[in-house]
Ligand binder design. Structure first.
Ligand code: ADP
Length: 569
């Protein structure tokens, strides 16, 4: 607002008002005059504002300074318009007192330049002009943006009050500016905080949502009334219904009629605040089939919400059912086979037992023929009788072996600590004839130790293995059998190594079967029951057995039995 000019008040009324111009002009008018006690820069922290006084005459500047010093602000002097413009570049002024009549650049030109600059276009300018020029100066001054006029000679009171209005105005404006800035900063900080909180929230939610969406398990939130409120895509994948379809009907509607009571009971428990630790129940697929689901659920009574985790266990259930069915089938077959086996063993035993008598009788009569009627027999008749004796003898051995085998499968074997060294000694003594016949060398590496076994069965097993080790050696070779024991955790492994004909890998398993033979009985006599007895006997004593062999390079048969804890004398 432009202050009205009061010409009557703008004059010097009393002699005191007149300021004596007792000042000498500055040494260098080109220099910017510094305010008292400062370097010409504003001191914003001091609370003082800058007042620029522009006049080419030092005495007039001094007079202005004298009047305005009592305002307690920074008074800055400029001796030309150019200096004033320079100062305006550096700092801000609350008001400019501008002498109109200055050489080179007068007050009007200076004012015009001041208004052209952005940072000073609104700075209040008070023109100082003489009474004589006032008429035409005032009009021009206003057109250039002056806000007031002071007529010289100046009236100190008027000058002071006019300037102090602008000083106050500037101060208020500054204060408002500062407050506005402070407010802006506060708002900005608050906005930033809210923004970063929102970003954090969004980030956390996005991550949670990812878990929810990507989880392979079925995740859902339901209310206490049993309605699903939200569910992840796994539900549609497993059950075929869309999320909207799940939300439209109570959860129980989807359950299998047979499982509905259980589901309802679980829901009641959840409403009471109890968790569902694990529960299995069927739900209907959109295609009408049912899927088995494994459920866990946690209630949040305050919110009346239930958090549900479910997993499709249909395949697992089907497999379990299939395994159960197969197991039942297996049990049934095992029972059938056991029955058949028992019958077969009984049959085998009675046949073997009952056949021995007629065989023996045939053998006896044939021998009688050879001994008592030898002279009356033709050479052919003698040969036939001899064949009957030999066949009878083979058949008797076969029946004996079969009986042994049957006994082994049926008899109850009482296990006790058995000294292997002692058993070996007995076997070698009893099989002395075969060993001597083949001139075999049997080396035993004592001590062999103690095992838990059935003494007679163990004796029979070792006798069979040593017998084979001596028997299955090329006729032009002296049999050499090495017997030693190898400790293994909780067991003793007895090994019998020979230098015989060896066994091809393809046959190594099957030779432990009943009647399995790799050679004709003319090449190597036998019944094919010996190793079957070894296997059955070892297994019935809770042991293991095996063979390591290469065709033509000998064999090493082994049996492994539990080690007996005995205090040896
Ligand atoms: P048998 O000795 O009456 O023929 P076994 O059941 O004892 O019957 O042996 C079955 C078959 O295993 C034998 O016919 C023979 O071919 C093979 N066999 C057993 N022991 C040896 C061995 N030490 N070396 C080579 N072959 C063997």
């Amino acid at each position: 607002m432009v202050a009205p000019i009061d010409k009557t008040r703008n004059c010097l009324r009393t002699p005191d008002d007149i300021i004596a111009a007792r000042v000498s002009p500055p040494a260098d008018k080109g220099e910017v005059a510094a305010k008292p006690g400062s370097d010409g820069e504003s001191a914003p922290d001091s609370g003082k504002v800058n007042i620029l006084m522009v006049d080419d005459r030092a005495d007039k500047l001094l007079a202005l300074e004298a009047v305005l010093s009592s305002l307690g602000q920074n008074l800055i002097k400029a001796y030309s318009g150019k200096e004033a413009l320079k100062l305006l570049l550096k700092q801000e002024f609350a008001v400019i007192l501008l002498d109109v009549s200055m050489p080179v650049m007068d007050g009007f030109e200076t004012a015009a330049m001041i208004r052209q600059r952005a940072n000073s276009e609104h700075t209040p300018i008070i023109f100082v002009t003489s009474h004589n020029d006032s008429e035409n100066h005032i009009a021009r001054g206003y057109s250039l943006g002056a806000v007031d006029y002071i007529l010289s000679p100046i009236v100190p009171g008027v000058l002071k009050s006019k300037v102090s209005v602008f000083v106050e105005l500037f101060k208020q404006t500054e204060k408002i500016k500062q407050q506005a800035e402070q407010l802006r900063r506060m708002e900005e900080a608050q906005h930033q905080r809210r923004l970063s909180e929102a970003v954090d929230r969004l980030e956390a939610e996005t991550k949670r949502n990812r878990f929810f969406t990507l989880a392979l398990d079925m995740l859902a939130i339901a209310n206490f009334e049993g309605y699903i409120l939200q569910c992840n895509p796994a539900w549609e994948k497993v059950l075929g219904h869309s999320e909207a379809e799940f939300r439209a009907r109570p959860g129980l509607d989807f359950s299998h009629p047979e499982d509905q009571a259980d589901f309802a009971a679980e829901l009641r428990k959840l409403r009471e605040g109890l968790e569902t630790t694990y529960f299995e129940g069927r739900c209907q697929h959109k295609d009408g089939s049912y899927r088995w689901l494994g459920w866990t659920a946690v209630p949040f009574p305050a919110e009346r919400l239930i958090y549900i985790f479910a997993r499709d266990i249909t395949a697992q259930k089907q497999t379990a059912e299939q395994i159960l069915r197969l197991n039942q089938e297996l049990q049934r077959r095992v029972a059938d086979l056991t029955e058949v086996n028992v019958e077969l063993e009984a049959f085998n035993y009675s046949i073997s037992h009952d056949l021995r008598a007629p065989v023996r009788s045939m053998q006896g009569f044939a021998r009688a023929l050879l001994e008592d009627e030898e002279t009356q027999l033709s050479p052919d008749g003698k040969s036939y009788a001899e064949r009957i004796v030999n066949s009878g003898s083979y058949m008797d051995t076969l029946l004996q072996d079969l009986l042994e085998y049957s006994r082994l499968t049926r008899a109850e074997l009482k296990l006790s600590p058995v000294n292997l060294d002692k058993v070996l000694k007995e076997v070698l003594t009893h099989n002395c004839r075969e060993i001597q016949e083949r001139n075999a060398r049997v080396e035993v590496q004592p001590p062999l130790g103690w095992v838990v076994a059935h003494p007679a069965t163990l004796n029979q097993i070792i006798a069979n293995l040593i017998g084979n080790a001596v028997k299955f050696v090329a006729s032009d070779r002296q049999p050499h059998v090495q017997v030693r024991a190898e400790p293994s955790p909780g067991c003793i492994r007895l090994l019998m190594k020979d230098n015989g004909i060896g066994i091809a890998p393809a046959h190594q398993k099957k030779i432990f079967g009943l009647f399995e033979r790799l050679h004709s009985s003319t090449a190597y006599p036998g019944t094919g029951i010996g190793l079957a007895i070894v296997r059955k006997g070892t297994e019935r004593m809770g042991g293991r057995l095996g063979v390591e062999s290469k065709l033509g390079e000998g064999s090493c048969f082994w049996i492994e039995l539990a080690k007996a804890q005995v205090d040896e004398p």
